[in-house]
Design a binder for this molecule. Structure first.
Ligand code: PLP
Length: 369
């Protein structure tokens, strides 16, 4: 990254961690196909299995429950393929979940959220009464950072004989959890949100999910559930990052303090902070000023050297209205102004101070030293 720029878009892609960069050196001379039985193949197989162990350990499950995929999107697609003919999908899910559900021959019910972005438990219960379903509820939202009570949800889902898929792409590395205790049946993870390389992720599968239906059978890799020669670089970087995530809770506290100081100043300038009354990721803030639109603000921020986003990263690069804020019943004017700041391992207080200075300039207030 150019030193003149300040990166505030970790929820889209984290800055690559030095540990991931070091992993490139580790495999530069490793060319064996991990499915080959010769020495070179056995070596790359060992590297992959070591990564699988590290990821499994970081989320409290066994290594045979980790299936490597090309990222969060593919893990979601594979998870939704396990539906029993009915899907209940939370209205604030990532667009990848909605797109996957559309391609399936399943009855789909949309689960509404309240004004804070939390799913309506009573509505979930009434939908569950309709019959066995695959319930799709993310752990933490990529735009607002709002955290769903996944353990409570999994208990309710199982009470009605349904299965729960949890997209933990944003939660992984930001919330400490134990997969085996959560009661989740299927979970999606992604490497590039935690400092690894793009193009690698995993579907985590509980011991109870014994028969999975693959989408790519190929050469039978990944326990026959996801065929294709493994993405060695992506997987190794993923494992390296997983093994250093949340060695202590200090990082979470640090990021929460940075977000709190940003939100205090933004609120005093009139910003509305979305999801501020509920449990949110420590690194995320989504806010809006009623008199500023996100598209013009994003350009100004970019020219001033700040990399931020208006919510989720969209492949077209255009600013589109957020389905998440719409689901939260946010006023249309406020939806148009939403800006997301997401911090990570290289974020510092001085970066926040620069951003506050930028907004003070916009509102023609003197910049404090
Ligand atoms: N789910 C959530 C909540 C995300 O934020 C993202 C990425 O933006 C994805 C899924 C997709 O993950 P990937 O980019 O690894 O395909």
């Amino acid at each position: 990254m150019e030193s003149s720029r300040i990166y505030f878009d970790y929820n889209a892609s984290s800055l690559i961690r030095p540990e991931a960069i070091k992993s490139v050196e580790k495999i530069l001379s490793s060319y064996g196909n991990p499915s080959s039985i010769h020495k070179e193949g056995r070596y790359t197989r060992t590297l992959i299995e070591e990564s699988r162990d590290k990821i499994a350990k970081s989320i409290g499950t066994s290594n045979q429950n980790i299936i490597f995929t090309s990222g969060g999107t593919e893990a979601i697609d594979l998870a939704l393929n396990q539906n029993p003919g009915r899907i209940i999908i939370n209205s604030t899910e990532h667009v990848a979940a909605f797109e996957s559900s559309r391609g399936l021959n399943a009855e789909i019910d949309i689960l509404e959220v309240d004004e804070n972005g939390l799913i309506k438990m009573d509505l979930l219960e009434s939908l569950l009464k309709k019959g066995p379903s695959l319930v799709v509820i993310m752990y933490a939202n990529n735009e607002t950072g709002v955290i769903q009570p996944i353990k409570k949800i999994s208990k309710l889902v199982h009470l009605y004989g349904s299965i729960l898929f949890c997209d933990a792409v944003q939660a992984f590395g930001k919330i400490t959890f134990c997969f085996d205790d959560l009661g989740v049946d299927l979970m999606a993870l992604s490497a590039h949100k935690v400092g690894g390389f793009q193009g690698s992720g995993a579907l985590v599968v509980s011991d109870e999910m014994t028969k999975l239906i693959p989408k790519i059978s190929g050469g039978g890799q990944e326990f026959g559930i996801r065929g294709g020669t493994e993405n060695l670089l992506g997987i190794i970087s993923f494992g390296e990052c997983a093994s250093i995530l949340w060695e202590d809770e200090k990082e979470n506290i640090r990021l929460r303090q940075l977000i709190a100081s940003l939100e205090n100043d933004l609120s005093s300038m009139g910003a509305h902070i979305f999801g501020k009354n509920v449990d949110r990721l420590a690194n995320t803030s989504l806010f809006s000023f009623s008199n500023l639109t996100a598209d013009s603000l994003l350009i100004k921020l970019d020219l001033a050297g700040f990399s931020v986003s208006s919510g989720s990263a969209c492949s077209s690069g255009k600013v589109t209205k957020s389905h998440v804020l719409k689901a939260m019943n946010v006023d249309e004017n406020m939806q148009k102004g939403a800006i997301r700041i997401s911090l990570g391992w290289a974020s510092e207080k001085k970066h926040i101070n620069h951003l506050i200075g930028f907004f003070k300039d916009i509102f023609n207030k003197p910049v404090e030293e």
